[in-house]
Design a protein around this ligand. Structure first.
Ligand SMILES: [Fe+2]
Ligand SMILES: [Fe+2]
Length: 216
């Protein structure tokens, strides 16, 4: 796949970057166009409390996908290897699917996206950009660890969702599958294992996002 940034001037790259950011924050991401994983499932009867809880969980996952877009965008811009750039671009399109599915489900549940998504995007873009500057091996290592933590987080959310909410479960299961493939791809492409304190810090930062996005 052609990388959108490769042949452009700095100004063009900045315009493309702003376009990518706005698309992520305002729910119009570039996607692979895959089908909605919950399309075949009927919306089950749930209490107001259950719907509210499901919507809050999906809001967290939606914010996570905004962060994923930002990380991939930030890393993709400064990555040195064209192979890594292409992998970031493809994974970012799949993250775009996730983002689109999450917001669709939030709307079905009558919820709303986090009001802090612009903030999450800026923070994650900065982290991705910095990781990319350090070097491709470390950037891939950061990506692999992020995806690894997301896979575990989704496992937790699959248990926290109301049993009746099969639609959200279908979405999270497909996302979990994709995230584990992203992790494996990053490992295959030469990711370095991150030091334990960095892994712990990443876990702490994502906890802050998870706690905040449940409410706002
Ligand atoms: Fe994702
Ligand atoms: Fe991913």
């Amino acid at each position: 796949m052609d990388n959108v940034f490769r042949r452009y001037s700095l100004l063009d790259q900045m315009c493309l970057g702003v376009d990518q950011a706005l698309r992520a924050v305002f729910n119009n991401p570039r996607t692979t166009g895959r089908d909605y994983p919950a399309a075949h499932e009927k919306d089950a009867q749930m209490t107001d409390e259950q719907r509210k809880h499901s919507a809050a969980l999906m809001r967290i996952n939606h914010s996570g996908e905004v962060c994923a877009q930002a990380l991939y965008h930030g890393q993709g811009i400064v990555s040195r290897s064209s192979l890594v750039k292409e992998k970031m671009e493809q994974a970012s399109l799949e993250e775009g699917d996730h983002l689109a599915w999450c917001i669709l489900r939030i709307n079905e549940l009558g919820g709303h996206a986090s009001y802090l998504n612009l903030l999450w995007y800026i923070g994650s873009f900065s982290i991705g950009f910095t990781a990319g500057l350090v070097g491709d091996q470390w950037s891939l290592g950061f990506l692999a660890e992020t995806e690894n933590q997301v896979v575990k987080h989704l496992e937790k959310h699959l248990k926290l969702l109301p049993h009746e909410d099969k639609k959200s479960q279908h979405i999270l299961k497909q996302m979990q599958l994709d995230e584990s493939l992203h992790r494996d791809e990053a490992m295959k492409a030469g990711a370095s294992a991150l030091p334990l304190p960095i892994k712990k810090l990443m876990g702490l930062v994502s906890k802050v996002m998870v706690k905040t996005a449940y409410w706002i």
